[in-house]
Design a protein around this ligand. Structure first.
Ligand code: NDP
Length: 290
């Protein structure tokens, strides 16, 4: 029986994900490094802003931090309740998930890697996709808690499998983003109306999440709203490329994309959205995608 649930890390994603928990659980603890965000969450959604050491006495503990290193540092400093399930929604590193799952198991604590996809709007509308790695029986026990903010929730394999799926997904997003920038810049160089081209492509085989959402809602309207930071995409493509290398596979397209996203991240303005990666290509070509 899940009685208390905690959420650690109330960033762009976590703040919105944790907002759904009080609709399903009586006791919901929240904690954030900048604690005023936790207090604001409590006021807004009826959660309880609480000391971190108390928060980890919950039956289910969610975390959503930038990196696996942040999660590991936190976990290493805590005395977590025996019998608890820690569900890490960070887009993390598969090897870190395996290590954490193994070390926590010795203290009778279960660990699931459960990264999410669907961006802040999906977190707000509780329509996230959740890809989960870990013990299948633990997945079954944790499912009701994940259903509060997830729509498609899949157990994809042992510890680390969820993080691996997420990293490859975001690499595919990056490949799409860069190729869309090249393709639409080419069209503009040939005098084609980009909005009409976009309508055609979105009704054709070249469409993708990038052409359907990022291009119209972030790039062509020049808004680049910061909801998924470019350094986080650069981190994810790095994780994916590490997986390629660990498997000793050739993946020239993915390696090139990782370099491009890395370079775009290094040259981007601070606080850039992932979609702003196209600005590096615009600087090379002197053609603006608008
Ligand atoms: P944000 O940068 O908005 O939030 C990060 C959160 O982590 C903040 O609450 C921050 O606290 C906290 N934090 C950062 N470092 C530490 C630390 N060392 N110890 C404790 N707390 C820390 O990130 P997002 O919410 O955008 O992303 C979170 C995760 O979700 C990432 O792994 C990302 O890749 C993934 N993701 C993001 C999506 C998006 O659209 N944004 C979509 C899907 C996945 P503080 O407020 O004090 O800074």
């Amino acid at each position: 029986m899940i009685q208390t649930v905690a959420f650690i890390g109330l960033g762009a994603m976590g703040y919105r994900m944790a907002a759904h928990l009080p609709k399903h659980f009586d006791t919901v603890y929240v904690w954030n490094r900048s604690f005023e965000k936790a207090e604001q969450h409590a006021t807004e959604y009826g959660t309880q802003a609480i000391d971190l050491h108390q928060a980890v006495q919950a039956d289910i503990i969610f975390s959503c931090l930038p990196t696996s290193q942040d999660v590991k540092q936190l976990i290493d400093s805590l005395n977590i309740k025996a019998g608890a399930i820690w569900i890490d929604c960070t887009s993390g590193v598969p090897a870190a998930a395996k290590e954490l799952a193994m070390s926590l198991k010795q203290k009778d604590i279960e660990f699931l890697d459960a990264p999410v996809s669907g961006q802040t709007i999906g977190a707000e509308n509780a329509t996230l996709t959740i890809m989960v790695g870990g013990d299948a029986a633990v997945f079954d026990r944790a499912l009701p808690a994940m259903q509060t903010f997830g729509k498609l929730i899949k157990h994809v394999g042992d510890s680390g499998a969820g993080f691996a799926v997420k990293a490859v997904n975001n690499m595919l997003l990056a490949v799409n983003l860069w190729s869309v920038a090249e393709g639409f810049t080419t069209l503009k160089a040939h005098g084609v109306n980009l909005n009409q081209a976009l309508e055609c492509i979105n009704a054709s085989s070249g469409k993708s999440g990038v052409t359907e959402t990022a291009l119209p809602a972030r790039i062509l309207n020049r808004s680049f709203p910061l909801t998924f930071a470019l350094p986080l995409l650069a981190k994810d493509t790095g994780i994916a490329l590490d997986l390629v290398n660990e498997a000793k596979l050739p993946a020239p397209l993915l390696a090139l994309t990782q370099s491009l996203i890395q370079a775009a991240n290094l040259t981007a303005e601070p606080d850039s959205d992932f979609s702003a990666a196209v600005k590096m290509y615009e600087a090379w070509t002197k053609i603006i995608l608008e």
